[in-house]
Design a protein around this ligand. Sequence first.
Ligand SMILES: [Zn+2]
Length: 62
Amino acid sequence: MAVPKHRKSKAKTRSRRANHDKITAPNLQRCPHCYAPKRPHRACLDCGYYRDEQVIEIWELY
Ligand SMILES: [Zn+2]
């Protein structure tokens, strides 16, 4: 197995982590059923719909 010859500097390590470990805001798209913002490939948390079908039950907490 290839092994690094030299230890990376603190600056190299930190600049790599600055891009790799950063937290980004989640993608948000409109739910086609209720138009609330939702994450792609997830059931809508407002109406419980995914691909024109109710897949989770939403309890109205008023
Ligand atoms: Zn929805």
